[in-house]
Ligand binder design. Structure first.
Ligand code: NAD
Ligand code: UFG
Length: 341
């Protein structure tokens, strides 16, 4: 199977590319490097022994995208390319719309301008649920409570993908609504590369542990949870990568049927911020310097997935432990300072 991976040099895309190559898929990576480093390509090659095709293309550039599709037939496309900062999206909603929705529209237009049958997997997010009244969150929970322009782009992309599947006979698609991906590849050759001060908890923890940041601030400890801190469903990056391959395989087995569906991808277990910090400390035998600060605007109290739909229909479920994710995240942080090598 010939698979196009958009955003394939990013955090989730690079781990998925490695798993695809390890399983014998031929892949082409497209990335504009807005939030990734070309060295990731070399490290994907180091891990797998295979140099994937790479094209530096911005998905907003329809001419370049069309050229790529003129020379290639992709049986599968995994569409990661997007901007992902909730905060930045509040400051630059137009950029997020143009990049995330515009890029997805271009991609759909070039796919559907061809006759070749394509299975598309789209990176969506649990952010589409906002603060769900029902926990764990299943796929029937409402998506009308989105708090950021970033989240709006995700639900809009899901909608236009559904429309395209209905309209064009050569397209089937799945949207995967990820919960909180963490960890790094066991080789420590690829991982998360946050730009500037991290917004997310794990890179902030690892940067504090290594001394780049003086202390971690826990955003609030008076939420109505078991220890007052927010609850999330942290999913090992390797398990998440495999969810894409399982989804592609599921679609490739479907014959003579139109499919669009969407699935939660998490572990099904909620962990508080304090519990995660404790697990990090125990797993890696170190102490994190932290303080309790104010709540972060827009944070939801609790989000964890009901994963029965993906388990039943696709047969995917998470296998790796959170401790393993925390260990690999720390190993990765220690290596990043040597990333030039
Ligand atoms: P990332 O920023 O590490 O990777 C995204 C990649 O896409 C980057 O390499 C970036 O350079 C590229 N890109 C962005 N816009 C592009 C464009 N117009 N053309 C070509 N390339 C472009 O992010 P990630 O964490 O790997 O996330 C991948 C996807 O998963 C994104 O769609 C994100 O919204 C979604 N997602 C991420 C999380 C998370 O917590 N990491 C959670 C839910 C959903
Ligand atoms: N947190 C801290 N201190 C920090 C960073 C985070 O206490 O320095 C807390 C947050 O308040 C939250 C938890 O750690 O309770 C997790 O925060 P993250 O920023 O790592 O993750 P979020 O769940 O807030 O956000 C993630 C993605 C978003 C996506 C959202 C969907 O980063 O892109 O999930 O709910 F929109």
């Amino acid at each position: 199977m010939n698979v196009l991976v958009t955003g394939g040099l990013g955090f989730i895309g690079s781990h998925t590319s490695v798993e695809l190559l390890n399983k014998g898929y031929e892949i082409t990576i497209v990335d504009n490097l807005v939030n990734s480093n070309i060295k990731v390509l070399k490290n994907i090659q180091k891990i797998t022994g295979i140099k994937p095709e790479f094209k530096e293309i911005d998905l907003r550039d329809k001419k370049e995208l069309t050229k790529l599709f003129e020379c290639n037939n992709f049986d599968g496309i995994i569409h990661f390319a997007a901007l992902k900062s909730v905060n930045e999206s509040i400051k630059k909603p137009k950029l997020y719309k143009e990049n995330n929705i515009g890029g997805t529209k271009n991609l759909l237009e070039v796919i559907t301008s061809k006759k070749h049958r394509t299975n598309l997997i789209f990176s969506s997010s649990c952010t589409v649920y906002g603060q769900s009244k029902k926990l764990p969150i299943d796929e029937n929970c409402p998506t009308n409570n989105i708090e950021s322009p970033y989240g709006e782009t995700k639900i809009k992309c899901e909608e236009i993908i559904l429309e395209a599947v209905k309209k064009y006979s050569n397209l089937n698609a799945i949207s995967l609504r990820y919960f909180n991906p963490i960890g790094a590849h066991e080789s420590s050759l690829i991982g998360e590369l946050p730009n500037g001060i991290p917004e997310n908890l794990i890179p902030y923890i690892t940067q504090t542990a290594i001394g780049i940041r003086n202390e971690l601030t826990i955003f609030g400890n008076d939420y109505p949870t078991r220890d007052g801190t927010c609850i999330r469903d942290y999913i090992h990056i390797n398990d998440l990568a495999l969810a894409h391959i399982s989804s592609l395989n599921f679609l490739s087995k479907v014959k003579n049927k139109k499919i669009y569906d969407f699935f939660n991808v998490g572990t099904g277990k909620g962990i508080t911020v304090l519990e995660l910090i404790n697990m990090f400390e125990q797993t890696n035998s170190l102490k994190i310097n932290y303080k309790i600060g104010n709540k972060r605007k827009g944070d939801i109290t609790s989000a964890y997935a009901d994963i029965s739909k993906i388990k039943t229909k696709i047969g995917w479920f998470s296998k790796k432990s959170i401790s393993d994710a925390l260990k690999t995240a720390w190993e990765w942080q220690k290596r990043i300072s040597n990333y030039e090598n």
